[in-house]
Design a binder for this molecule. Structure first.
Ligand SMILES: Cc1cc2nc3c(=O)[nH]c(=O)nc-3n(C[C@H](O)[C@H](O)[C@H](O)COP(=O)(O)OP(=O)(O)OC[C@H]3O[C@@H](n4cnc5c(N)ncnc54)[C@H](O)[C@@H]3O)c2cc1C
Length: 451
């Protein structure tokens, strides 16, 4: 094992202050207490804590009322790297961009990467995130071999499938409720290529999209779609973005991690008139002009890294992201009825995408065999009835909502659709009777009180 980076001199220091924090979708803004601690053993034992990585979640997952956000200073934090085995040990505050940068010259890469390079390893584990290859590689936890976890009642715990295995399992997708992940050992995969050949395949509607994706997932490494559902006559036409790794490297842009907290415009640029026009132009661009090409691995992996303006275009009221996992067996019926809802309610859906998923769910992890439908809409009262009917459609077809993306989802919806909810909550209380770690999100999901 090659010790790669120097561990920083351990200076015990705790700083605290108050700061306004808001979720990326702008649906929650709170004045919060924040503690920056280099030595977690020195933090007071009588507070409630929410661990925070980069704080970039769409929902309020790392802060809350009466809760102290707990942070360790962010640094590159690569503890060790074994080039022969492809294993890497990282501090939890290490960002995906930093890992990418470190591994760029090696033969290895992280198998699962969500869409932005500024999110941290701790955030990826606690939310058990997915990438554009969920149908092949599953969730982030499948690559985690062990973690160091800090909890004031237990001190520092080593957790893996062999040691403290129940806590390890509970922490994967555990929303930071079992303690603060200090570091993680991760199994990398051999880099299948240095860049990605991208092909856009034109599709007429969402049903055709999922049917073609079902076929393509056996051939392609990376797959997702863009569809247009922005107006009542929109059919969901769009294109499937398929990616195949290739050996030649295209010029690598310098690591650009633009801030994901851009100043929002004073008004919403997306509305029922502008959105269909913007989407029409986007559709033409990507199905007529830019249908094929080669992208750097960085650009393909993190497509949002240079499009942060997108979030600011929702204006001061922000947006709602719906992310729904639909069982494959009901896709036709679900999408038929979904189309009916669009015609009836005419919501302003700016972004629609589909991803193929596989796996069986445990605890509150967002996974299963099927397709993940994501929708971004401006937050407004007009679409209330659409959301309500879509919630009922999900209940009807056992589709699950991703509560880490959608600030509206409440505990009743989660209790009815996540069959392991009670077990997850029971094990959390078994591990920590006081439930020291909590957040606005865990409160919303009714995970903080015992009954
Ligand atoms: C532009 C963009 C694109 C995205 N694309 C995807 C995608 O493709 N797929 C996907 O699944 N997600 C995606 N996400 C969501 C994102 O990956 C997760 O929300 C991730 O958790 C954010 O990481 P973070 O470091 O900002 O975590 P934070 O927002 O700081 O925290 C998220 C959760 O993790 C916990 N946590 C953070 N650090 C620790 C720690 N050290 N110990 C214990 N718990 C901790 C927090 O308490 C909280 O519950 C995207 C987000 C953005 C902004």
């Amino acid at each position: 094992m090659l010790p790669f980076a120097r561990r920083q001199a351990y200076v015990s220091r705790v700083k605290e202050f108050f700061r306004e924090q808001y979720s990326l979708d702008l649906q929650v803004a709170l004045n919060t207490h924040v503690i920056h601690a280099e030595a977690l053993s020195e933090v007071p034992k009588d507070l409630f804590y929410a661990p925070q990585g980069a704080g970039l979640s769409y929902v309020a997952a790392s802060f809350g009322t009466g809760i102290s956000t707990l942070k360790k200073p962010l640094n590159t934090g690569i503890i060790s790297f074994d080039n022969s085995m492809g294993t890497i040990e990282l501090q939890s505050g290490c960002t995906l961009g930093q890992v990418y940068d470190f591994l760029v010259a090696s033969d290895w890469m992280l198998p699962i990467q969500p869409g932005h390079p500024a999110v941290t390893i701790g955030g990826c584990i606690a939310v058990d995130v997915h990438g554009k290859n969920q149908f092949k590689e599953g969730l982030f936890s499948s690559s985690v071999r062990s973690i160091q976890l800090f909890h004031p009642s237990y001190g520092e715990l080593t957790c893996s499938n062999q040691e403290n295995s129940e806590v390890f399992d509970l922490t994967m997708g555990g929303l930071g409720l079992t303690g603060f992940i200090l570091s993680a050992a991760i199994q990398l995969i051999k880099k299948p290529g240095l860049s990605v050949t991208v092909e856009n395949i034109q599709v007429k509607n969402l049903i055709e999209t999922y049917q073609i994706m079902s076929r393509l997932k056996n051939e392609k490494s990376l797959l997702y779609s863009w569809n247009d559902c922005s107006h009542s006559a929109a059919t969901g036409r769009g294109y499937i973005i398929s990616g195949q790794y290739q050996p030649d490297q295209v010029s690598q842009k310098p690591l650009a991690v633009a801030t994901l907290r851009p100043q929002s415009l004073p008004f919403a640029l997306f509305n029922s008139l502008t959105t269909p026009a913007i989407n029409f132009a986007y559709y033409l661009l990507n199905t007529k002009l830019k249908t094929k090409g080669v992208q750097s691995l960085f650009d393909f992996t993190f497509p949002v890294h240079n499009k942060v303006f997108y979030f600011s275009w929702y204006g001061p009221k922000g947006f709602i992201e719906r992310q729904i996992l639909i069982p494959e067996s009901v896709m036709n019926k679900y999408l038929d009825e979904f189309r009916g809802l669009i015609q009836r309610h005419r919501p302003t859906i700016v972004l629609t995408t589909l991803k193929s998923f596989k796996g069986s769910s445990k605890f509150l992890r967002f996974t299963g065999d099927g397709f993940c439908l994501s929708l971004d809409l401006p937050a407004n009262n007009q679409d209330h009835k659409f959301h309500f009917d879509l919630d009922n459609l999900n209940l009807k077809y056992n589709a699950i909502d991703n509560f880490v993306k959608d600030s509206r989802v409440n505990s009743n919806q989660i209790k009815s659709t996540y069959s392991d909810y009670n077990n997850f909550k029971r094990l959390l209380f078994q591990f920590d009777k006081r439930r020291i770690f909590r957040s606005h999100l865990s409160h919303r999901l009714d995970l903080d009180s015992k009954d």
